[in-house]
Design a protein around this ligand. Structure first.
Ligand code: ZN
Length: 248
């Protein structure tokens, strides 16, 4: 049987905590308008992107165009959105010195734009890209300007294939050791908008030695436990209520 808590109880637990670690998945960004890739309105569905092709490293090496088509769409969506209540809530907790870090599975920049500084992006991101042949690196703005003009950008030095540092299927996730260490030292863990189905990141909550509060619409792949609390509600509504309770 799953236990749950109210926003007021969540606010009390957060108020007493000093080393909160948050882990976030696609669900924290859907309210901002980022397509939940796999959801009914996700890019995978509406634009017929097949994630097995777009993010498969062998498919990319054979034909990078589907990935760059996706990238153009994705970046144009990301431009039009703003961080959500939940993103801003986490950034504020970090500024107040009570949140250690955010471990995110997302590649949408929203935690950074909300003001979070200590973000572990286990699935990488578009911040840097590199030539797979000669290893030269570029920053996001450079890659972006090329992606807007060319269907598949190529290395200026050697014409090699350029790959952003987004983690593809079949590639190692980033920062898992650091994320695991943070989780094991946390005194409260939040899991927000993740169904905990994409491994190995999904294994992190089970490493926690502290209470774990899961806020996610829909089922979650984490077994019930005496220190585990499950809230099946809209993230922004829940954290608006938590924020109000913490101020009162
Ligand atoms: Zn090169």
């Amino acid at each position: 049987m799953q236990s749950t808590i109210t926003p007021q109880e969540c606010a009390q637990m957060l108020g007493a905590a000093e080393r909160v670690v948050a882990m976030t998945g696609a669900g924290i960004s859907t309210a901002a308008g980022v397509p939940d890739f796999r959801g009914p309105n996700g890019l995978y569905v509406t634009r017929r992107y097949d994630p097995e092709t777009v993010f498969d490293i062998d498919a990319f090496l054979h034909d990078p165009e589907p990935f760059y088509d996706f990238t153009r769409d994705f970046l144009s969506v990301v431009d039009r959105i703003e961080p959500t209540v939940a993103h801003l809530f986490l950034a504020r907790m970090e500024r107040e010195g009570r949140l250690r870090c955010v471990v995110t599975q997302n590649i949408d920049f929203l935690h950074q734009r909300a003001g979070s500084e200590n973000v572990i992006s286990v699935h990488g991101g578009y911040w840097t890209s590199r030539c797979l042949r000669c290893g030269v690196e570029w920053d996001f703005d450079t890659l972006r300007s090329w992606v807007e003009k060319e269907s598949v950008p190529r290395c200026r030095d050697c014409r090699g294939l350029i790959k952003p540092d987004v983690v593809f299927f079949g590639e190692a996730v980033k920062g898992m050791d650091q994320a695991a260490a943070e989780v094991m030292e946390a005194d409260l863990m939040l899991v927000l908008g993740s169904s905990l189905t994409v491994y190995p990141a999904a294994s992190l909550p089970a490493m926690a030695r502290c209470p774990v509060i899961v806020v996610n619409k829909g089922p979650v792949g984490l077994a019930p436990g005496s220190d585990r609390f499950f809230i099946d509600e809209d993230l922004d509504e829940f954290f608006e209520a938590v924020g109000a309770a913490m101020k009162s």
